[in-house]
Write a protein that binds this ligand. Structure first.
Ligand code: PEP
Length: 257
């Protein structure tokens, strides 16, 4: 099964309005200098700017470049100060919502249950959703990696239909590899992705599992991307730090071709 690779940049709480406009233009210039970077809209590119910078990035979207939000609330509207709803993001013209990133789980108390509510709200509003799952260092050392991945995936995708899975991407992000410069080995990453795909087959069916893209995230960079992206079950990357460097992000995109 050939799945179009997806390279996504999570800008986190970086790049204000003017910086974001400059970054996306610099990234497009890097990619335009290599016309073969994205042919027939593949690999797909996606960036998640902070909410306040979306206005600078969205006009640059189109072709293989999509824009998403770093978080979304599950209610359509109401008394949820500081939150943004899925219909609001859809109306703005965004394509994706990032769900359950480990920094949301670690610093803002997000749970598997709230990840599921957010994901279903995003799908209901017509957005695509990227569900992040991954074990901590301690969980890995205790041999709990597969157990954690199974719990996060089962909860996260609860009450999601096989049909809606065409709008879901899973990002495997070992927490110990995010922003640390430590990357999972190609073999370990491939094993985790194959395990996630086998779970998807159990939860849905083989066809859905084969069609669902599973991205790797955790210190992916220009140097290690090609090896990771060559693994049969790694369908792209979710990139933090290196997505803020246009030349590095473009190298990762080239590695995904
Ligand atoms: C991330 O924030 O999802 C991420 C993978 O960050 P980094 O690439 O910096 O490890």
């Amino acid at each position: 099964m050939s799945r179009c690779k997806l390279i996504a940049g999570n800008w986190k709480m970086n790049q204000g309005l003017s910086q974001a406009g400059a970054l996306i233009k610099a990234l497009k210039a890097e990619l335009d200098s290599d016309k073969t970077c994205c042919s027939a809209n593949c690999p797909e590119l996606l960036v998640f700017p902070p909410f306040t910078s979306i206005a600078a990035v969205l006009p640059e979207a189109g072709g293989c470049l999509q824009v998403g939000a770093q978080n979304v609330h599950w209610a359509e509207s109401g008394a949820y100060t500081g939150e943004v709803s899925a219909p609001m993001l859809k109306e703005l013209g965004l394509s994706y919502a990032l769900i359950g990133h480990s920094e949301r789980r670690q610093y803002f108390g997000e749970s598997d249950e709230s990840a599921n509510l957010r994901l279903r709200a995003a799908l209901k509003a017509g957005l695509k959703a990227m569900l992040c799952i991954g074990e901590t260092e301690e969980e890995r050392q205790l041999g709990l990696t597969n157990c954690v991945l199974e719990r996060q995936l089962r909860w996260g995708l609860s009450q999601v239909s096989a049909a809606d899975m065409s709008r879901v991407v899973v990002a495997y992000e070992p927490v110990w590899a995010i922003g640390t410069g430590k990357t999972a080995s190609e073999a370990d990453a491939q094993a985790a992705h194959a395990f996630i795909r086998s779970l998807l087959a159990q939860l849905f069916c083989t066809d859905t599992a084969e069609k669902t893209r599973i991205l790797y995230g955790g210190s992916m960079n220009a140097a290690n991307a090609a090896g990771l992206l060559a693994q049969p079950d790694i369908d792209g990357g979710l990139i933090g730090g290196a997505s803020l460097k246009p030349a590095d992000f473009a190298s990762i995109v080239r590695a995904a071709k």
